[in-house]
Design a protein around this ligand. Structure first.
Ligand SMILES: Nc1nc2c(c(=O)[nH]1)N[C@H]1C(S)=C(S)[C@@H](COP(=O)(O)OP(=O)(O)OC[C@H]3O[C@@H](n4cnc5c(=O)[nH]c(N)nc54)[C@H](O)[C@@H]3O)O[C@H]1N2
Ligand SMILES: Nc1nc2c(c(=O)[nH]1)N[C@H]1C(S)=C(S)[C@@H](COP(=O)(O)OP(=O)(O)OC[C@H]3O[C@@H](n4cnc5c(=O)[nH]c(N)nc54)[C@H](O)[C@@H]3O)O[C@H]1N2
Ligand code: SF4
Ligand SMILES: [Mo]
Length: 692
């Protein structure tokens, strides 16, 4: 414990920007948060409202402080020994009863936890439970990015860095409500605008950025949700026809141009306008601005990824940036803003059903052999197939195939699509939940394990720009809670495996360095010596780290690959019974399932309850007034919440933030998945509104 220091430097636990904060401690309690202004800070010495109030949830009286086991239907406090042995016995029994079946137990890892903790949980899953059934919320978030950009470029991460955005002369933002969801990256966009950059915003809703674009002589488009392929193909059609593309870059650094071109030439701006509902002139003007830009930065987030065509959408962003040679240079690139503070890290560290650390494929024998050797296990006992992803685990639980689920730091009962189905699935399995707060998922658990929060643990987070930064233990774990990595190690030991006994996260990072080429040089000592962290790829201790990827058009996979991507409609479109499109997402003041932000008094006071945004024409038609309680339903269920009548959505579209468990948007959403990335279509389903 650092009890003598008044303030301790660490990394913000909300979004992926990676802002650096000081947590102030008095009498063993964290009482305040301040931005780091005397050293490196991706937020440039500022914080957003969530960052300023980080300290507010840490000591909340609801914190889970004791392990619990469900006895006669009720969760009862037990000792750590009892909880750990109970879980170990249950897991061993399930494995014994289903010999050789690698799909009977699954684990959900956590983008809220450190890199070291994610490494430990995926190692436990693979080395002890002998399955690749390990996944986490990236599957609900940027799985399409990881798959789509890996196919196009050879690496599935944000190509350029936050600093560079301020130097772009054109910024195309689509499906990212940057000012609300990555506020300090939003500030860089503003900086670019002040230097004269042109802003093009394509978002079905009118978001703060749309207004900025209009104010700064840029372009703002409200496309119909799920039509981004048509929109971008339409723009590329113009760029090719008007010879605005970078022929030299395409010829020297890319492949498959002809097949791609043939597809794009079919999507005339007229056709794109008809599909997207955006005026043809806006599509043509945007294309010309992008085609003529010198340093075009493309930024996107969930509006692109959370579709059954998520991978197609991502590949299309890659096509657009390659076409105009906006790759491998300062201020350019395809920049998916990673959401959670450590979702980049959780992916990098192998908390995904298909890859070990550093995206080394589980289906490749040499990778399995390497891991087996490091972990001291028999390679023949390892799972050689891709495991179940998040939604597949829920389906397997529902079907009775998956018998146990260990959830570390996720809240699927609020965050997964179609939660009426998730509830039935979770009721059928032996469920272990390790969290810092009681959640609707905890309510269904057979065993509850109290974890230390980010302020009580040591380790690293990897931000959206691939930057690994330190997380420091400011106070010891609250109550009887333990570090996430320590808890996993205790279960492993009780199951007879000694390879997860560490005395400090540094030892875990040493192991990560040994088995992960992109993290090879990101050593604990270096991280402690620099205040800037290190950006991967960083293969060895003398490597300085990498600011932007694919320098000079030298793509990680060799040549950049153009994909011919035809437009496809979303899985569920409005009809007579459900005439509206429901889109879901976030607001500035809250974070995900609200476990933390709704326990932060300042944040909760601003938006204390859920609501549905309804357009003025729809509200008029349905005779609904602002603030009135309404019923929203879909084929999956119904919820009641207040209507917010607003110009932010167009006629035919409604929007619900998914933070509020009592009016959970995910009662309504559809679990239709992208066939490759397996990400659910959170951004489009059919719904209706009724007066109550
Ligand atoms: N305050 C706050 N900040 C957060 C989070 C939070 O919960 N709260 N969560 C973090 C996480 S994990 C993530 S992933 C990020 C997410 O950050 P964002 O992706 O920025 O947030 P969302 O609200 O999910 O959706 C972004 C935008 O996509 C638009 N959109 C909807 N459908 C479509 C479409 O079909 N096409 C296009 N182009 N756009 C569409 C929406 O209108 C919305 O403006 O935020 C991170 N930051
Ligand atoms: N309808 C709809 N649904 C969505 C989305 C959407 O846009 N629309 N977005 C999706 C996206 S992008 C994401 S990323 C997911 C997020 O989905 P989740 O990851 O399930 O949501 P969180 O609320 O972030 O859950 C994190 C949990 O970890 C706990 N926690 C915090 N710190 C720690 C810690 O140190 N240790 C442990 N063990 N637990 C901790 C929190 O209390 C919380 O219960 O939601 C997805 N769901
Ligand atoms: S922008 Fe993101 S990382 Fe920075 S203070 Fe806000 S929530 Fe934290
Ligand atoms: Mo996310």
């Amino acid at each position: 414990m650092i009890d003598k220091l008044e303030k301790v430097k660490t990394t913000c636990v909300y979004c992926g920007t990676g802002c650096q904060v000081y947590l102030k401690v008095k009498d063993g309690k964290i009482i305040d948060t301040k931005p780091v202004r005397d050293g490196f800070n991706p937020g440039l010495g500022k914080l957003c409202i969530k960052g300023w109030n980080l300290h507010e949830f840490i000591h909340h009286p609801d914190r889970l402080t004791e392990p619990m086991i469900r006895k006669n239907g009720v969760l009862e406090k037990v000792s750590w020994d009892e909880a750990i042995n109970y879980i170990a016995d249950k897991f061993k029994q399930i494995m014994k009863e289903n010999p050789g079946d690698k799909r009977v137990i699954g684990c959900l890892s956590s983008a809220k936890c450190t890199n070291e903790e994610n490494y430990v949980l995926q190692k436990f899953t693979r080395a002890v439970l002998k399955t690749n059934n390990v996944d986490h919320c990236a599957r609900l978030c940027h799985a399409s990015t990881v798959a789509g950009l890996a196919a196009a470029f050879g690496s599935g991460a944000m190509t350029n860095s936050i600093d560079e955005i301020a130097d772009a002369d054109v910024i195309y933002i689509t499906g990212s409500n940057t000012n609300e969801q990555h506020p300090l990256i939003g500030k860089r966009i503003l900086e670019a605008l002040h230097k004269g950059a042109k802003l093009i915003v394509a978002d079905p809703r009118t978001i703060p950025l749309s207004e900025l674009a209009t104010d700064h002589d840029g372009i703002q488009m409200n496309q119909r949700p799920g039509t981004d392929v048509a929109l971008m193909n339409g723009m590329m059609n113009v760029i090719i026809n008007e010879n605005l593309y970078d022929k030299e870059f395409v010829e020297q650094h890319c492949e498959n141009f002809e097949e791609f071109k043939e597809e794009v030439l079919k999507m005339t701006p007229e056709k794109a306008a008809e599909i997207t509902g955006v005026k043809k002139e806006k599509i043509i003007d945007s294309a010309r601005i992008i085609g003529k830009g010198k340093a075009v930065s493309l930024i996107y987030s969930m509006g692109i990824t959370q579709h059954t065509t998520g991978v197609d959408n991502v590949k299309t962003t890659a096509n657009l940036q390659m076409l105009c040679g906006n790759m491998g240079k300062w201020g350019t690139g395809v920049n998916p803003l990673r959401g959670q503070q450590n979702v980049q890290g959780a992916c990098d560290l192998g908390a995904l059903a298909n890859v070990f650390t550093g995206y080394q494929k589980v289906v490749e024998a040499d990778k399995r052999e390497k891991m087996a050797k490091e972990w001291g296990i028999d390679v023949n006992e390892m799972d050689d197939q891709i495991g179940y992803t998040v939604v597949e685990m829920m389906n397997a639980a529902y079907d009775g195939q998956l018998k146990a689920l260990y959830v570390m730091g996720e809240n699927p009962m609020v965050s997964d699509p179609d939660i009426n189905h998730v509830r039935e699935a979770l009721k059928k399995v032996f469920l272990v939940v390790q969290d810092i707060f009681p959640t609707p998922t905890v309510e269904l658990a057979d065993v509850v394990l109290p974890a230390a929060s980010f302020a009580e643990t040591t380790g690293t987070f990897t931000s959206t720009e691939r930057r690994i930064q330190m997380v420091r233990e400011v106070i010891p774990p609250i109550g009887n809670s333990k570090y996430d990595w320590e808890i996993v190690g205790l279960i492993a030991k009780a199951m007879g495996y000694d390879g997860l006994q560490y005395s400090h996260p540094k030892e875990i990072m040493d192991e990560i360095n040994r088995v992960t080429p992109i993290y090879g040089g990101i050593t604990w000592d270096r991280l402690n010596q620099t205040d800037k962290g290190l950006q991967w790829p960083c293969p060895d201790p003398s490597h300085p780290g990498t600011v932007f990827l694919h320098k000079d058009g030298n793509f990680s996979r060799g040549k950049g690959h153009f994909h011919a991507v035809p437009f496809k409609e979303p899985a569920e479109l409005p009809d007579d019974e459900y005439p509206l499109i429901l889109s879901t997402g976030r607001v500035l003041w809250h974070y995900h399932t609200g476990t933390m932000s709704r326990r932060s008094a300042t944040l909760n006071a601003r938006v204390p309850e859920g609501y549905v945004e309804v357009s003025i024409p729809d509200a008029t038609k349905l005779n609904i007034v602002d603030g009135e309680k309404v019923k929203v339903s879909s084929r999956r269920g119904e919820i009641e919440l207040k209507a917010k009548v607003t110009h932010r959505v167009k006629e035919g579209l409604i929007f619900i933030p998914f933070h509020f468990k009592e009016a959970a948007a995910n009662v309504l959403t559809i679990a239709a998945l992208d066939p490759i990335a397996k990400i659910p279509e959170y951004k489009v389903c059919a719904a209706k509104i009724q007066k109550i």
